[in-house]
Design a protein around this ligand. Structure first.
Ligand code: SF4
Length: 364
């Protein structure tokens, strides 16, 4: 398949593996930020092909995984209201809140609809003027432009029956939280190519300099990842800590200024709670005061819910590269994709789910 097969080319991958082995002189720990990269690494067995002293650890870049229980419970409460049509991307339907998930609410009669674009909510709002349409706006910088466009268009049309339950999170503050932790062992990062296609690379320069950690913007196919790792290892071995771009076919240093302007016109930076990682200052976007009327948390009276994670779940440490799924006593036993206990098993992009899908429990 064009634009896919060439990035899975086995001889080219072998050449990068040989090049990595040739330049590696000591152990290095490298984190891929994005859940899509984690899946490619586990699916194609890239860790096993690398020199033994290159360790890959897996980051917090799965938006479904890091959406806090409190927000899921708010979504469930909204979806159960008779006047609400609750719209969401499909991957949020099975994410468990403290007692149930959106699919269960739908089974009990809630009007929960899967949309493929945030803008689908405009049609639903126009078709159902006597209903309240709520869109579940979760995700990283990648989904924010579409969600911002939804708000801008709804405001322009004067749609008063549409609102958003917002839980946007940002990658650079999460990287900083990992690098500044006393337990940190990550020495370099594969940054997420799609996030940088929107936001550019400027936010990563100060992180690379402050923490002396190379950051390589990387794509999602095996050849992308191996080339990104080669660029990371080359910097580490040379004592450099810079931002480099492997994903040149999609990412420009300045990102997408039009999308950034749209985001800035609708959202403002807020402190966010991350499932498994806790509160990170200035790590998300919420609707700016000018668009407060579209904020579902403002429009509806939603009880504050505090739901603790299961005590045995170590997903917070997994999301920060401190542990691997095999170190969790519940992995594959009490915690499976069918019955997830924690953040990194709830989504197909989560690290525990990737290890469960592509490896048996013993080799995880
Ligand atoms: S296997 Fe389940 S319980 Fe264990 S860390 Fe992963 S999500 Fe948490």
């Amino acid at each position: 398949m064009k634009y896919l097969d060439e990035y899975r080319d086995a001889p080219a991958c072998q050449r990068y593996l040989a090049a990595i082995a040739r330049i590696t002189t000591r152990p290095w720990t490298i984190m891929e930020v994005c859940g899509g990269q984690t899946h490619a690494i586990v699916r194609f067995g890239l860790q096993e092909l690398l020199p033994p002293h290159i360790e890959l650890v897996h980051g917090p870049g799965c938006p479904v995984c890091v959406t806090p229980l409190e927000i899921i419970d708010k979504a469930l409460a909204l979806a159960a209201r008779p006047e609400v049509i609750f719209c969401s991307f499909g991957d949020m339907l099975r994410v468990p809140g403290s007692r149930q998930d959106l699919q269960t609410v739908r089974g009990a009669g809630g009007d929960v609809r899967v949309v493929y674009s945030a803008l689908d909510c405009l049609h639903i709002a126009r078709e159902h003027p006597h209903k309240q349409i709520v869109f579940f706006a979760v995700g990283f910088e990648t989904t924010a432009p579409g969600n911002a466009l939804l708000v801008a268009r709804a405001a322009r049309e004067g749609l008063s029956n549409l609102s958003l339950l917002v839980s946007h999170v940002l990658v650079p503050p999460a990287i900083e939280a990992i690098l500044s932790s006393p337990q940190n062992r990550v020495q370099a990062f594969l940054a997420a190519g799609h996030v940088c296609a929107v936001m550019g690379t400027a936010a990563y320069q100060p992180l690379a300099a402050r923490y002396h950690a190379p950051l390589v913007v990387t794509g999602f196919e095996p050849l992308d990842i191996l080339q990104g790792l080669y660029m990371c290892v080359r910097q580490l071995e040379q004592g450099r800590a810079e931002v480099e771009n492997q994903y040149v076919r999609s990412v420009r240093a300045e990102g997408n200024p039009e999308a950034q302007a749209l985001i800035a016109s609708v959202f403002g930076v807020v402190t966010r709670q991350w499932r498994g990682m806790g509160e990170i200052p200035a790590s998300g976007w919420g609707l700016s005061p000018a668009y407060r009327a579209f904020d579902a948390e403002h429009r509806f009276d939603l009880a504050r819910v505090s739901a603790p994670e299961p005590a045995e779940c170590i997903s917070g440490q997994i999301l920060q590269g401190q542990k691997k799924p095999a170190e969790c006593p519940a992995f594959g036993l009490r915690c499976t994709p069918q019955h997830p206990l924690g953040a990194t098993m709830v989504s197909a992009e989560g690290t525990c789910a990737a290890y469960y899908q592509y490896r048996n429990c013993e080799s995880a």
